[in-house]
Design a binder for this molecule. Structure first.
Ligand code: SF4
Length: 289
C-alpha cells in the first residue's frame, strides 16, 4: 500500500519527534548537522569493522586452525619417525642396558637413587654395599639416628639432606605402607625427597612398571641434541618423550639413553665421529670442533 521509500522517510527522517509519523521527510527537510554528517561514515566503518571481525572469527580462524593442525600433524609424524630411528639404533647398540645402581629390593633401589643425586653410581655402589648390610629394612632406616645415617652416607655429598629424606621416606613407608615400597607413582611422589624421576626409576627398574621416562642429566642432554625435545624442564622433556616413544619402550629407552650419554654423548666434547647415532643426529647445540 505504502511505498517502502515513503515509510523510510516518515520513520527515519531527522525531524522532531512530535512531527514524526504523519508527513514524509522531504516536507521538513533541513541541513544535516556536522555530528550527523560524521556519524554516517563512522557507522559505516564500524559495520565494516564488525564484518571484518566476523570474517576473522568465523571464517579465517577455523581455517588457520585447520592449517596449523595439518602442519602439526606433519611435524609430529616426522618427529615420530625420527624417534623410532633413535629407538631402533639404541636398541641395537645397547641391547642389555640396565640400571647401574646395585640393589636387591625396591627399598634398596629407592635409597640408592636418592643417594645418586649429584654423585656417581660407582661411588653410590661403594657406599650402599655397607649401608644395606647395616640397614636391612625400612624400619631400620626409619629408626636410625640421623647423625649416624649422615655419617654412613657422607661420601655421596649433600649427606644431611639425603639422610633426612631417606629417614623421612622410610618412616612414611612404615606408617602408610606397612614397610613395603608402594607400586604407584602418586604414592611414591608423596614420599619425602622422592620426585618424579626417582619414582620412575623405582617403578620401571624394580617393578617393571612403565610409569614414565626417567629424565636425568644424561637424558636431558641427549634428548635435546637429538632434537627429541626443545625443553629444559625435566617434566616437559618427559612429556615430549612420552609422546614420541611407545610406552613399551619407556623403561629400556631410559637406560639406553643414560648409557649412550655416558659412552658417546658426553657433556663436553661428545664423540660424534664414532657415535652410532651420527647419521640421524641433528647434533643440536653441539659446537663443531
Ligand atoms: S652424534 Fe654427537 S650429539 Fe648426536 S647423539 Fe651422537 S654424540 Fe650426541
Amino acid at each position: 500500500m505504502f511505498h517502502p521509500w515513503l515509510i523510510k522517510s516518515v520513520c527515519f527522517s531527522p525531524c522532531p519527534p512530535w512531527l514524526r509519523g504523519g508527513l514524509p521527510a522531504f516536507a521538513f527537510r533541513r541541513r544535516a548537522s556536522v555530528k550527523e554528517k560524521t556519524a554516517a561514515p563512522l557507522t559505516l566503518w564500524k559495520a565494516l569493522g564488525e564484518n571484518c571481525l566476523f570474517v576473522r572469527q568465523r571464517v579465517a580462524a577455523p581455517f588457520r586452525a585447520l592449517l596449523r593442525r595439518g602442519f602439526k600433524m606433519a611435524a609430529s609424524a616426522d618427529a615420530k619417525r625420527h624417534a623410532a630411528d633413535v629407538v631402533r639404533t639404541l636398541r641395537r647398540e645397547y641391547p642389555d642396558a640396565k640400571c647401574s645402581l646395585d640393589f636387591k629390593t625396591p627399598l634398596q633401589l629407592l635409597v640408592a637413587t636418592v643417594l645418586s643425586a649429584q654423585c656417581t653410581d660407582v661411588r653410590v655402589n661403594l657406599v650402599t654395599k655397607q649401608l644395606f648390610a647395616k640397614y636391612t629394612s625400612a624400619a631400620h632406616f626409619a629408626k636410625a639416628p640421623l647423625a649416624e645415617l649422615e655419617k654412613d652416607i657422607q661420601s655421596t655429598g649433600f649427606f644431611r639432606n639425603k639422610a633426612k629424606n631417606i629417614k623421612a621416606a622410610c618412616q612414611a613407608i612404615v606408617q602408610r605402607y606397612d614397610g613395603e615400597v608402594p607400586q604407584d607413582l602418586e604414592s611414591l611422589v608423596e614420599l619425602p625427597g622422592i620426585g618424579r624421576k626417582t619414582a620412575n626409576v623405582i617403578l620401571g627398574t624394580a617393578f617393571g612398571i612403565a610409569s614414565g621416562i626417567v629424565v636425568d642429566t644424561h637424558v636431558t642432554r641427549v634428548s635435546r641434541r637429538l632434537g627429541l625435545t626443545r625443553e629444559k624442564d625435566p617434566v616437559k622433556i618427559e612429556r615430549d618423550l612420552m609422546e614420541l616413544i611407545p610406552r613399551k619402550e619407556w623403561v629400556a629407552f631410559s637406560h639406553r639413553m643414560i648409557q649412550h650419554g655416558r659412552q658417546f654423548c658426553v657433556a663436553r666434547s661428545p664423540k660424534c665421529d664414532t657415535c652410532p647415532l651420527r647419521d640421524i643426529s641433528p647434533r643440536i647445540g653441539v659446537k663443531e670442533s
